[in-house]
Write a protein that binds this ligand. Structure first.
Ligand code: 4EH
Length: 234
């Protein structure tokens, strides 16, 4: 089984590379990919750089060039749902692009012809996550993640995203990874730990909590790998 683990920023994959210890670095398409062995699994780890385009490129590369059969995303997010506090974990049930807008032609926000507003993540990987959370006594929320090419630090924009999509958290990569994995029929899982609340304090909180929240997410992903490796259904 070959598994891709991606983040957007170096801080989001650093704790993963620390855990796997030995890896080979391969350069491709102006980015670095880290190949490692973990238990019985081959891993390809990378950070994409920020935003939907870089994230789509990296996800497609991990699948098409490096042969990943499953993709796990680890990183941080801004909270929309007030239940989510800094350091909390959220798993995406489905994802949407909040900045995709051809409403001028009568389409809903987040929709383009032959696409869909929401892309659902893999049910089996979510089940494994729930099992890991239960075993470790970790609170794991499931909800809708909205993605767009903007760092949201604005209560008005945040409220609009919540109302339009019912989103619980927002970030800048998940939905583009979801679209790529869905098209290529690769099961995917998007995990985020909260770094800020996408409001006036977002910039400051993000800088303060990026590293610690990124580690919360990466640690959970590593525990999930143990479960995936031991899983008979795979
Ligand atoms: O990869 C981008 C990072 C912020 S931009 C999306 N990531 C973090 C998730 C995220 C987020 N996205 C949108 C956390 N909080 C968010 C928010 N809105 N409020 C960045 C950060 N640091 C330096 C350069 N760019």
């Amino acid at each position: 089984m070959k598994i891709a683990i991606m983040g957007a920023m170096p801080e989001e994959i650093a704790p993963l590379l620390e855990k796997v210890e030995r890896y080979e670095k391969v350069e491709y398409a102006k980015n670095s990919y880290y190949l490692a062995q973990y238990r019985d699994m081959e891993l390809v780890i990378a950070y994409s750089k920020i935003g939907k385009v870089f994230a789509a490129l990296t996800a497609a590369t991990m699948i098409e060039k490096f042969g990943a059969q499953q993709l796990l995303f680890s990183g941080v997010a801004g909270a929309i749902n007030p239940d989510l506090k800094i350091g909390d974990l959220i798993v995406a049930t489905k994802l949407c692009q909040h900045d995709l807008d051809i409403t001028a032609f009568g389409h809903p926000y987040g929709y383009v012809p032959e696409g869909s507003v929401f892309v659902e993540s893999d049910v089996h990987l979510r089940k494994i996550a729930r099992r890991v959370a239960k075993e470790k006594g970790i609170v794991l929320k499931e909800g809708i993640i909205a993605t767009g090419d903007q760092f949201v630090a604005d209560p008005v924009r945040k409220a609009w995203i919540m109302e339009e999509f019912g989103a619980d958290a927002l970030e800048m990569e998940g939905a583009s990874v979801a679209v790529v994995c869905d098209a290529l029929e690769v099961p995917f899982f998007i995990l985020r730990s909260i770094s800020d609340s996408a409001d006036m304090d977002a910039g400051f909180d993000f800088d303060t909590f990026l590293e610690s929240s990124a580690k919360v997410s990466a640690d959970f992903i590593m525990t999930m790998l143990d479960e995936i490796d031991g899983d008979r259904d795979q």
